[in-house]
Design a protein around this ligand. Sequence first.
Ligand code: BTN
Length: 277
Amino acid sequence: MNETSGSLQAGRIRGRLGSARIGRRLHFHRRIDSTNDEARRLARRGAPDGTVVVADEQTAGRGRRRRVWRSPAGAGLYLSVVHRSGDASEEMAAGIQLSAGIAVAETVAAAAPLEPSLRWPNDCYCRGRKLAGVLVEGEGGGDGLEFLVSGIGVNVNQSADDFPPELRERAASLRMLAGRPFDREPLLVDLLARLEGWEDVLRRRGIEPVVSRWLELSPGSRGDRVEVVTDDGTVIGRAQGLSARGGLLVRVAGGVEEITVGEVVRMEPTSTSERPC
Ligand code: BTN
């Protein structure tokens, strides 16, 4: 374990979470294949809404588009949350995706003066480098989604050597950017509380306030040139914000396209609106 990061301890985390809905059931593992895989296994066996799986190390951490999420012991936050809202709608799934990104960006902003920003659907960037990613996966019964799992990976105390060579210029940890190590436990607790808060907003008031907050944290999503990888190919155009159901709107030659599945892989300001992150 990285000696500066402080250890994660299940009992202490439970104590800090108190009576929160997300984390009332907390499964902690020193080492596991993937917290998303474990959360899905638990959910299939009936684990309730808000169940959290946290690991100090993942041996088969996964990212979107079949990427490996390198998860060394003691360095990052690796966690997954089971969501069962009873609402299997596309809007709820999109809202949870966006809420996870908001929770991560707000947690980072509260921990250090770093001005993080979001890239659709929920990657957290700072100074052009990726600090955190979210992998949301759903499983369904006959009538639609039975549960969703949101898996969150935050680079906290990694050093450049902890990232594979091809990512060293594109990824960073809080420690690399802020120049000091971070205690992961308070970050974890803050992240879960914010996720619960935004999911409550979503359940009570629908996706609209979530979309608004997400856009505040992603200024480039209204005007930057974006490259978006989708299942049907790459879309290049100018981001025009989000649709009412959380899809990314991109102005392309033929009009405005709404993308509901995919990810922004490149984002560049088109004017003088250069931002620090
Ligand atoms: C991405 O940016 O591609 C998403 C990365 C998601 C990584 C997290 S770490 C915790 C959870 N378990 C996994 O195997 N993946 C997610």
